[in-house]
Every structure is written in C-alpha cells, then in structure tokens.
Design a binder for this molecule. Structure first.
Ligand SMILES: [Zn+2]
Ligand SMILES: [Zn+2]
Length: 371
C-alpha cells in the first residue's frame, strides 16, 4: 500500500495531508518555547480564572497547563493556590513543590476525606509537593491506615513515588529521580554525544533470536551528566523486540568501563519462544537514529507534555502509573534515569521505554509501557 501524502516536516509517508504526529508535537513545542513573557502571563491568568476546566481536560487550559509546566517551568504559587481553592486535585503535577500554605491545604483535605479515590488523588498531589511535612503525613497514614486504604491498591509510600521519592517504615526518605533534565535532540551526522540511543550489539536474544541492542549508552563523566554521580559508562541493553513482552522489566548489570551482563528474563506468558518483530530495516533505523544529548538542561517535566521527547533525568511521562523497579540485588527502588519514545527510533512503533538503575549495585532496568 502506498500512501498519498508525505509529511512536509520529515518526509514520512502519510495517509492525510499535513504534518505527521511527531512533527506536529515538535511544532507545538517550538511555539511554546518562543512564548513571550506577556504570552506566558496571559496563559497563567487564564489558567487561574478557569482552573476547573483543567480537570475536565478542556482546552486551551489543559494544553496550556502541560506546556507551561513542561516547557517553561511556569506553574506559579498563584496557580497552585487557585487549584487548591477550586479543589482541583488532578493532574497532581499542578502541585509540584507548592508552597507551605498550599501543602497544608492538601494535608487538611486528605485528612478530612473518607473517599478512596479522593484520597488517591490527594496523596498524588502531596507526593508532587514533596517536602518533609508531606512525607510526615504520608508516613503517618502508612503506619495508621484510614478506612479508605482498603479501596486502594498501593500504600502511601508507593504514592510518594509519583513525586519522584519514597520512604521506608522508619521514615527514611529516598530520592528516586534527578533534579536535572536534559533532552535528546537531533544532531548532525557524526556528532559526538555522551549519550547514544540504540547501539548495535552482536549477541542475540534467547527468546526470539533477534539481535540485542544497547538502548542507552551514557558517559557520566561528561560535564552535563555530573548530576548522575556516575564516574564512567552506563549501558542499558535489551532485546528491542521482546522488551515489551517480558515478565517484569529487562535487566542488566553494567561496569563503568562499558561492560554489560544481561540478566536472565522470562516471557510474560511463560512460553520459551517468541517471534522477532524487529526487521533488519527496523534495527538499522534504531541504530542509525540521529539523537544526541542536548546542550542545555530543560525543565524537569520537559518529557511529559507530549509523546515525542526522549529525556535523561527529570520526570518520565509514565503511560501507566510510575512504577519504579525494585533492584533485584538490594531490593531498594531504583532511580529513574531516562525515557525513549519508541516511535522516535522505530517506524510505526508505540510505547515508551523507561530506564532506571541502582547506583549501588550497578544494575539497569528497562520497562516498555504503552496505552
Ligand atoms: Zn527477543
Ligand atoms: Zn541495588
């Protein structure tokens, strides 16, 4: 079947006239990055006035919110106060690092509710607010569960993970994501980069027989990546075809000199064999992708407003709930490292690969999620 149109941005064949999905996202991002201070102030004002529309996913408020947050880091305490006053508790990202008065309002609402789903939303909001008093409240609710806990699947410490942190029973806090975010951008051919997506490997997958790939190779010694605390190379390797069909995440251990050992995995349905869905052309596209590490850091939620941005650090745009892998060696939750949008490196592919690692045990986890 040949398609009638091509995307004027990238030349991808399309069944309709106009920009392809990825080029459209890029165009919207470029526009948001060019907003003047006056335009930003106007959008912030409108959001404050119509904050209720955000929860109903109405535009322009819904799109404005995500673009203000993700591209301009421009969600102000005034927006957070308006959201609290309107009891707008979704999306929880509104409350990221909200000031103390807003936090106290969230705590009050959480301790007053008897409803499981309201409690669920409010715990997510407090997780995003994320200060010590937010933790004390969640810890107290974990130790002394309210009746609404029966209606939920997860403990308050799991809700905290949504905000990029968690705590143990003794109340020790662990940070699970990094306070710095870099985008992957399209580089010129041959451009050097301390982060590469999709490097070829020679070994093959025990399930499908296809070639494994280094999905991410990252050199922590680059000045930009110092925030990761890695004095060498981290490699995340898996079978790009099977990674979405495993029981749990794909895992490998790595050594800072670039070494990799793939850890054993099982297919989700317990079968021995699986077809390989990555053709030689797909593999070539993956390993010849143009992405290099961006020059400057971006807001922490930069990868969360659309489904076409690959990022290192910050927050992922988890398709399902944020799900930090427990390290198979020490049992502690891993740290969130990077997301790779499948359709930026494969034609017509869906979903996102989320990469985490345990700095203590030097183990990497890769999970593929799609809607
Ligand atoms: Zn495979
Ligand atoms: Zn570990």
């Amino acid at each position: 079947m040949s398609l009638k149109y091509t995307c004027p941005g990238c030349g991808t064949p399309l069944g309709y006239k106009g920009l392809c999905w990825n080029c459209k996202c890029e165009q919207e991002r470029t526009a948001a990055l060019a907003w003047t201070p006056q335009q930003i102030a106007e959008k912030q004002r409108n959001l404050i006035q119509n904050i209720r529309r955000l929860g109903d996913m109405e535009d322009p408020e819904f799109t404005d919110f995500w673009q203000l947050l993700s591209y301009r880091d421009a969600i102000t305490p005034e927006i957070q106060r308006a959201a609290l006053a309107a009891e707008a508790f979704w999306p929880c990202e509104i409350y990221y690092h909200a000031p103390a008065d807003v936090r106290d309002g969230l705590i009050h609402a959480l301790l007053s509710t008897e409803d499981s789903s309201a409690a669920s939303n409010l715990m997510s909001c407090l997780a995003m607010q994320g200060d010590d008093k937010a933790m004390e409240t969640l810890l107290e609710l974990e130790r002394n569960p309210r009746p609404w806990r029966k209606g939920l699947y997860a403990d308050p410490s799991s809700y905290a993970q949504i905000g990029g942190w968690t705590f143990d029973k003794e109340g020790h806090r662990t940070q699970l994501n990094f306070n710095t975010c870099y985008p992957m951008v399209k580089g010129t051919s041959g451009e050097k980069s301390p982060v590469r997506i999709g490097q070829p490997r020679e070994d093959t997958c025990p399930h499908c027989g296809g070639r494994m790939a280094d999905m991410l190779v990252l050199d922590g010694r680059d000045e930009r990546l110092r925030f990761l605390g890695l004095d060498g190379i981290l490699t995340a390797a898996c079978c790009p075809s099977c990674v979405g069909f495993l029981k749990g995440p794909a895992l490998n251990s790595f050594s800072l000199d670039g070494g990799v050992e793939i850890l054993p995995s099982e297919l989700f349905d317990g079968s021995e064999r699986m077809d390989c869905y990555v053709s030689p052309d797909d593999y070539k596209a993956l390993t010849e992708n143009p992405f290099v590490l961006g020059r400057a850091p971006v807001p922490l939620f930069y990868g969360c407003a659309s489904e076409d941005v690959n990022t290192v650090g910050g927050f992922g745009n988890w398709v399902q709930d944020a799900e930090y892998t427990a390290c198979p060696h020490c049992g502690k939750p891993m740290k969130y490292l990077a997301q790779i949008q499948w359709d930026t490196v494969f034609d017509c592919a869906e979903g996102t690969l989320y990469i985490e690692f345990c700095p203590d045990c030097q183990i990497v986890s890769m999970q593929h999620q799609q809607t």
